[in-house]
Design a protein around this ligand. Sequence first.
Ligand SMILES: Cc1ncc(COP(=O)(O)O)c(C=O)c1O
Length: 423
Amino acid sequence: MTLIDRDKRYVWHPFTQAQIAPDPIPIVKGDGVWLYDEDGNKYLDSNSSWWTIIHGHGHPYLAEKLHKQFLTLDHTVFAGATHPAAVEAAEKVLKVLPNNFEKIFFSDNGSTSVEVGIKMVYQYWYNKGIERKRFLALEGAYHGDTFGAMSVGQRGYFNKPFEHLFFDVDYIPLPTEENVDQICEQMVKLFESGEFAGFIFEPLVQGAAGFRIYSPEHLDRMMEIARRYGVKIIADEVMTGFGRTGKTFAIQHLKNCPDIVCMSKGLTGGVMACGFTAATGEMYDSFLSDDLGKALLHGHSFTANPLSSAIVSASLDLLMAENTQKRIQQISKAHQRFVKEHQNNPIFRSVKSLGTILSCEVEIGEESGYFSDLRTKAYNFFLENEILNRPLGNVIFFNPPYCITDEELDDFYQKLMKFLNEQ
Ligand SMILES: Cc1ncc(COP(=O)(O)O)c(C=O)c1O
């Protein structure tokens, strides 16, 4: 039996309707920005393997640190115990976050980092004996697939079977120059009720909604209103963190600081499953008590796994190195040149970049959407041209590993335009 036959017999894939889905690509090797299938075909990993791999595949420094950690300590319980890899990882991440953040809670992925953030906010109010139970989120939001994360995400097609289980959330549109005043008025009206516990958002760019980029000034205005009404602020940096927006965190483009930051994906350079939820001292202190019931009674078997913790530190070493920072700026500049060149090209409904993310909403003569035919055509064209790219409907986006070369960037832009010019 081939790998694909065995896969079909035994494996249940994410986001896949197995009855009609094409065969999966049998990926057998990764090296730098390239993925290889079992027939020896290579593909540029143009979306960094679900937006995670920031240093490329098989980085020798990460491999060395992982190996060393494995030989030292592979796993241990983390309630009532600690270990150097976890402490070092927390120290290092807190050093690159704004000073307000004092503590890291460890979990396993982006959804759990958000889940923990939501629980921190709810319990913050519970511990204070104040009844605040509503959340505010942005239309089009994606925060993951666990129940809390789904509750604050966009409701609809992807989570319909579970909708009756979600808690109370109000949604406001993504801010634009035209609607921001209205949104701010809406927020004031909602918050005046005194019912709101938290406000959650993906800072500056909504990933799964189709890489929708919005302005830091608008987000700052919204955060100021949340602050005024004591509403706790969660910045979901699962996708934007670790250099994606040109700065280490997207919140570094803002004047206001959230209470909680959720991280995953690039946190380990994309090579180990890990989630971090950073909290301010004020959040943390609200859980301190003689009463165990006021503690955050949450954890996972793999909380602060030493291997993933060691990779957090190692990935951060690579990220902060001069050559990586330089590459991030060079990719950002290359994207900006592409945007400038095509700003008035009618092929695009919009073409924008933010740091190392390029987002191209292709004009399709009808409303943009996840189910646009263009998605499959583009996906297949790219595969035939040595690129693995998963557009979100008619939005083609490019968020490569930071080790991509200028030639590889140019090659992607050229192939993208070849595809679009042939439509
Ligand atoms: C902003 C954001 N939050 C949370 C998640 C969920 O992360 P995970 O898939 O690791 O559970 C994602 C995943 O794409 C995301 O983009």
